[in-house]
Design a protein around this ligand. Structure first.
Ligand code: C5P
Length: 226
């Protein structure tokens, strides 16, 4: 498992983060949440007052913030210009703005390079090297098509909304489902690196499965693949 790369893509709220963190912890691998990187750029743009629906304005400024992503699955961290934004990037405002920002090619190009650097490890900057579980929308299709294992996680929108609303402490399920569906629509429909099941990916529908069950299946798939 020394240099293995596990690419996990899927729809919003399908349980990717909890699953990937548990799998990485069990196998002693690093973990990268690429969604957090798109959220961090979005958070920064919102704070600068940039209109996130103006693709030219987003493209002009998206290279400015400096991002650092931690890779410890027990404690995922992300900073923007040295500021810890792990909590700030999970607001409703960011949820609604992140898909339009992520559709802008310059945003994707910038983060693609940074994602590949984290996956490959080090390069002298002191980052840990080793196998990694990477979650996102385009990891198996664009970021790391040579991944040893590619998984595509989905679940019924109603199930995803119910889980997400419970996590958020009882927010409205109907409104949560509407935001999830809208993100899926934009993420699947964009021209650059849309959400899609990568060639060779294993499709897992988590609707009727617990987190532990999905983690067991994935760990089994990793052992088969390497
Ligand atoms: O995974 P998460 O829900 O945090 O991702 C937030 C958003 O970031 C997604 O809805 C999508 O717009 C964008 N994203 C992306 N490509 C990735 C990961 C996330 O476009 N690899």
């Amino acid at each position: 498992l020394d240099r293995v790369v596990i690419a996990v893509d899927g729809t919003s709220g399908s349980g990717k983060s909890s699953t990937c963190r548990a799998v990485a912890t069990r196998l002693g691998l690093r973990y990268l949440d690429t969604g957090a990187m798109f959220r961090a750029v979005t958070w920064w743009l919102l704070r600068q007052g940039v209109d996130v629906h103006d693709a030219d304005a987003v493209a002009a400024r998206c290279d400015e913030p400096v991002l650092v992503s931690g890779t410890d699955p027990a404690a995922p961290t992300i900073t923007v210009d040295g500021e810890d934004v792990a909590v700030a990037i999970r607001t409703d405002e960011v949820n609604r703005a992140v898909s339009p920002v992520s559709a802008v090619p310059q945003v994707r190009a910038r983060l693609l390079a940074e994602q590949r650097a984290v996956i490959a490890g080090d390069g002298g900057r002191g980052e840990p090297v080793g196998g990694i579980v990477v979650e996102g929308r385009d990891i198996g299709s664009v970021v790391w098509p040579q991944a040893e294992l590619k998984v595509y996680l989905t679940a019924d929108p109603a199930a995803r909304a119910a889980r997400r609303a419970a996590e958020e402490g009882g927010s409205d399920v109907g409104a949560t489902e509407a935001v999830l569906r809208e993100r899926d629509r934009i993420d699947s429909g964009r021209a650059t690196a849309p959400l899609t099941m990568a060639d060779g990916a294993v499709h897992l529908d988590t609707t009727d499965h617990t987190l532990d069950e999905v983690v067991d299946v994935l760990v089994g798939l990793v052992h088969e693949a390497v």
